[in-house]
Design a protein around this ligand. Structure first.
Ligand code: SAM
Ligand code: DTB
Ligand code: SF4
Length: 355
């Protein structure tokens, strides 16, 4: 486990979060938390721009892992039929349609514990084909060793998604077939290869507030924080152990987004799975709290996502615009310093929060 310390990391001068600091931030009065999150957000990003990614399941179901939320685990009867790895040409034509509808990043997901050697050539061809369309590429294929990560990087992969899902303490209540440490090892292999890291988690797995905070502490304290942080709300799947899990309180969900924004000021925070169950108002609060990325298109991997028309209506109501590829306001050193000062202030119990 990463050691939390209140001191800045000596090598990077980046703030290292303690669990207590993060919890104090998370527990701020809601209006104070949102104000601070929006202030931090504006230091690095245009608050009216949202990055749009499109997902495709390139290999569905039949997964040997036992993630207790997942429709694709072969351990549970979710009614899903397993498929083989799909054809490269189909991936490319789907990606082209997504690009023409405004998506800038194409995320390909496979229900694997980890990729097998026999699949690597096809995976590489998918990355090359999607990159040739001018899109950013992302894959989520399970655990990667160093050699696999380097090969994906050479093919042109921009991002790799591998979620830590929850806190280290709660992790084994959710997944037993691979460990929290395995996840961190894959994230390190991805980082070492030069591929950008996409890692976040799911709310609604029966975790408590401290688990949510601890998950964010782990992400923020990685040697470099993830460039993308997906925050999923559990989509309960019939037949899985979490089919009847208690729903997440919307205000609690927004608190996690805001805390993530302050703790990882330069990451894209993605309002990820679960949006079909969120009101316009809840999504608007998430964007205000610093979420600046979504999945577009009416399916995620196996489950529903809002229709493009509904999303465009929401964007129009809120005056939001899609972000173009690579658009990210580069923060000046002063801006970053100010964001860190704000974040430190938010976490300092000696400073009154009311002004
Ligand atoms: N098999 C690969 C893996 O687990 O890394 C990639 C695919 S997996 C489906 C990607 C992520 O989707 C999971 O880590 C989890 O965070 C999220 N996810 C899966 N099922 C979900 C559900 N029912 N509700 C919300 N998020 C879910
Ligand atoms: C992530 O954090 N969420 C996406 C993506 N990364 C791969 C997946 C959500 C899956 C939701 C359930 C489903 O469609 O099966
Ligand atoms: Fe498999 Fe990924 Fe689903 Fe876990 S989350 S069961 S690893 S597809």
């Amino acid at each position: 486990m990463l050691e939390a310390s209140p001191r800045p990391d000596a090598a990077t001068s980046r703030k290292v979060w303690t669990a207590q600091e993060a919890r104090e931030l998370f527990d701020l009065p809601f209006m104070e938390l949102l104000f601070q999150a929006q202030t931090v957000h504006r230091r690095s990003f245009d608050p009216n721009r949202v990055q749009m990614s499109r997902l495709l399941s390139i290999k569905t179901g039949g997964c040997p892992e036992d993630c207790s939320y997942c429709s694709q685990s072969s351990r549970y009867d979710s009614g899903l039929s397993a498929s083989k790895l799909i054809e490269v040409q189909r991936v490319i034509s789907e990606a082209r349609r997504a690009r023409d509808a405004g998506a800038t990043r194409y995320c390909m997901g496979a229900a694997w514990r980890s990729p097998k050697e026999r699949d690597m050539a096809q995976i590489v061809a998918m990355i090359e084909g999607v990159k040739a369309l001018g899109m950013e590429t992302c894959m989520t294929l399970g655990m990667l060793d160093g050699d696999q990560a380097r090969r994906l990087k050479t093919a042109g992969l921009d991002y790799y998604n591998h979620n830590i899902d929850t806190s280290e303490a709660h992790y084994s209540n959710v997944i037993t077939t691979r460990t929290f440490a395995d996840r961190l090892e894959t994230l390190q292999n991805v980082r070492d290869s030069g591929i950008k890291v996409c890692s976040g988690g799911i709310l609604g797995l029966g975790e408590g507030a401290q688990d949510r905070v601890d998950m964010l502490v782990t992400l923020a304290n990685l040697p470099e924080p993830p460039e993308s942080v997906p925050v999923n709300m559990l989509i309960p799947v019939a037949g899985t152990p979490l089919a009847d899990a208690d729903p997440v309180d919307p205000i609690d969900f927004v608190r996690v987004i805001a805390t993530a924004r302050i703790m990882m000021p330069e990451s894209h925070v993605r309002l990820s799975a679960g949006r079909t169950e969120m009101s316009d108002e809840m999504q608007a609060l998430c964007f205000f709290a610093g979420a600046n990325s979504i999945f577009v298109g009416d399916t995620l991997l196996t489950k529903d996502n809002p229709d493009e028309d509904d999303d465009m209506r929401l964007f129009a109501k809120l005056g939001l615009q899609p972000m173009t590829v690579h658009e990210h306001m580069p923060a000046t050193d002063d801006d970053v310093g100010e964001a860190r000062r704000l974040a430190a202030r938010a976490a300092d119990p000696a400073i009154p929060v009311l002004r």
